[in-house]
Write a protein that binds this ligand. Structure first.
Ligand code: CA
Length: 401
């Protein structure tokens, strides 16, 4: 499509709207606005036009504003709490120090579209200080900020940290295969923690299949967008159009997740009983090495590594590590301190107060590279046993994976 054709036929430019659904209400909470061009009855996306930096800023802004004006005129008919997600290139915003965009939005305030309903979607390659100031200025008017298209590599954490967006958009495109690389899930998990810490809402986009919807739900997504739910369309839809469908699907997710959690709980209980039994049998053994050996006999195939720490995380015993069919004592681990590990002290306090063991989440063992979980157990108020589990054991109890 020729850029000049678009510029000389602004009347053929018009908006498309893609609904955004929420997990808490199962209904439409907003629309993202896209630009389209009517080429003799054929609808063409204006996305590549807006991103083409060889087209002067003024021209791109002109087309963008023509589409937005039509979109906002239509949007005056929406409920007064429906959000409008507006895409704007960071460079185009800075072009006029952001004032023209603000004035554009303000003229629709009189027609009932409060600035609080605007979600400005920013995509940028690297954080810019002037952007930071501009977004803070917009925020004083109640405009919400979303980061779409995060930069490559680790810089997205910087961007999120610096811009403190209200919404972070996560692209589920990499999740097209049924088995995405494990690191992808871990990165999204970190992202969900960070979002929670800074009070940002996660919006997962490009949801095209039900398992992506489930994945988004499992990873703390409050908002959802994608072809599986609704394609971009030229009009608005009934807000409750997917209410029953989403409710039923989320119900399935909840059942599945509860079953999984229940089975983790059952395994923890089984460990609790078993370890208690072994420790009681060996109460008279004050020697930690002998105690570990007694445990090793009973936890063949189950344990990968065992050791005992005091309540401050200082190791009181050697490591006992499974090497082939034998156990190896590693005295060099004596007196090492583990209190720096995430959740370590928190878990100690929990175990001491509940007088019960805990099963950790899945993680990758630093030394062996194996996926593992750790069962920790309070021998008494001052001595704590740690058992790293083998992958084989987790695999046989596959709800633990
Ligand atoms: Ca967008």
């Amino acid at each position: 499509m020729d850029a000049l054709d678009i510029l000389t036929n602004l009347n053929r430019c018009f908006p498309y709207f893609q609904p955004v659904f929420s997990a808490d209400e199962h209904r439409v909470i907003g629309y993202e606005i896209f630009g389209r061009y009517n080429d003799n009855g054929q609808v063409i996306s204006l996305g590549s036009f807006f991103q083409d930096k060889s087209i002067p800023d003024e021209y791109r802004l002109e087309v963008d504003n023509a589409v937005l004006t039509k979109a906002f005129e239509l949007a005056t008919e929406l409920d007064k709490d429906v959000l409008l997600f507006v895409n704007r290139d960071a460079d185009l915003l800075i072009h006029d120090s952001g004032e023209a965009f603000l004035q554009f939005l303000q003229q629709f305030q009189e027609k009932g579209i409060s600035l609080k309903r605007i979600v400005l979607e920013i995509s940028m390659d690297e954080p810019k200080d002037e952007m930071d100031h501009l977004l803070n200025y917009y925020r004083t008017f109640g405009i919400k900020i979303a980061i779409d298209k995060l930069g490559e590599g680790s810089s997205f954490l910087d961007q999120i940290g610096q811009l403190k967006p209200d919404i972070v958009k996560v692209d589920l495109m990499p999740l097209r295969s049924m088995n995405p690389p494990p690191a992808y899930k871990d990165i999204l998990y970190s992202l969900s923690i960070l979002a929670r810490k800074i009070g940002a809402t996660l919006l997962f986009k490009n949801i095209e299949m039900v398992y992506q919807l489930q994945f988004a739900w499992q990873h703390g997504a409050r908002y959802y967008q994608g072809y599986y739910l609704e394609k971009p369309i030229s009009n608005f839809i009934t807000r409750d159009i997917l209410k029953d469908k989403l409710k039923a699907e989320f119900h399935e997710f909840i059942i599945y997740e509860k079953k999984k959690l229940e089975s983790v709980f059952q395994v923890t209980e089984r460990f609790q009983t078993k370890i208690q039994e072994i420790i009681n049998k060996n109460r008279k053994t004050m020697n930690f090495e002998l105690l570990l050996k007694a445990l090793g006999k009973e936890l063949d195939q189950v344990a990968l590594r065992m050791y005992i720490c005091d309540e401050d995380g200082f190791q009181l015993s050697p490591n006992m590590l499974k090497k082939g069919i034998d156990w190896e004592m590693q005295p060099e681990y004596m007196r090492k301190n583990w209190s720096w590990r995430p959740y370590f002290l928190e878990n100690m306090i929990r175990m001491r107060n509940d007088k019960k063991g805990l099963l950790s989440d899945l993680y990758c063992d630093i030394e062996t590279g194996e996926i593992t979980r750790t069962f920790s157990y309070p021998i008494n108020a001052h001595e704590y046993l740690f058992i790293d589990l083998t992958y084989d054991f987790l695999y046989k109890n596959d709800t633990l994976l």
